[in-house]
Ligand binder design. Structure first.
Ligand code: DX5
Ligand code: ZN
Length: 228
């Protein structure tokens, strides 16, 4: 499954996956905003789900994922980042809605981490586990062989447009040292061409970018600067 995701880009042979975060998009024109990034080569679409409890912000839920899944090209990967308490309870809704990748936070899953992973994998989609900037890699170590993706946050989750936390990015090296070959190592928070390069050197191969892509005067240049 993981390799399939990479080979979906085979004709373009891009080295990295770019997943623009719609948190910085114009929510009144979501479909056309996403199609813009897709047409410039970003084949993933990062959807930030926040509940006002796990993070101090509220965004969108499964009905929006469902609507997007119905109107977007089938080869766009809906990359759902759950920043919510009790992910196990809500994962089925996001599976039903048509997510291609579901990532939840280790700080929120407590003793249900393995159940969350199994639920996502049994649905035939990719499972990701994420750590906040101050969470050590040791907390996810035993789950790394079970997941398709690890998401290292380089800002405190909750808002787009924050400053990249360089120390948090260093944890990518540790994840990389524990990773099987095809693990997707995603980084999210304050990503631009410069910070993506730092993360790529540490071993990241998938970049989430909100402000840098959607608020850019030239979206095509911004995406290309992250793709290879
Ligand atoms: C923050 C979200 C991010 C956010 C990134 O909690 O998880 O995906 O949209 O935005 P930028 O790239 O602007 O930091
Ligand atoms: Zn995110």
């Amino acid at each position: 499954m993981t390799l399939e995701v990479f080979s979906a880009n085979a004709e373009n042979a891009h080295k990295y996956i770019v997943s623009p975060s719609i948190l910085s998009a114009d929510f009144s024109n979501l479909k056309s905003e996403i199609l813009k990034t897709y047409n410039f080569g970003a084949k993933w679409c990062h959807i930030d789900v926040m509940d006002g409890h796990f993070v101090p912000n509220i965004t969108i839920g499964a009905p929006v994922v469902k609507s997007l899944n119905e109107v977007l090209p089938k080869d766009i990967k809906l990359d759902v980042h759950l920043m919510i308490e009790n992910p196990l309870k809500y994962i089925p809704d996001f599976i039903k809605a048509g997510s291609d990748i579901i990532t939840f936070h280790i700080e929120a899953s407590c003793d249900t981490t393995e159940d969350c992973i199994s639920l996502i994998k049994e649905a035939g989609i990719l499972a990701g586990v994420s750590i906040k900037p101050n969470t050590p890699v040791s907390l996810i170590e035993k789950f790394i062989p079970l997941v398709d993706m690890v998401l290292v946050m380089t800002v405190e989750p909750g808002f787009s447009g924050q400053k990249f936390m360089a120390d948090a990015a260093k944890k990518i090296k540790e994840v990389k040292s524990l990773a099987k070959d095809n693990l997707i190592i995603q980084v999210d928070g304050g990503i631009n061409a410069e910070t993506a390069k730092i993360c790529a050197d540490y071993g990241a191969n998938c970049f989430v970018a909100g402000n840098y892509v959607y608020k850019s005067p030239d979206i095509e240049i911004a995406i290309n600067s992250l793709l290879d």
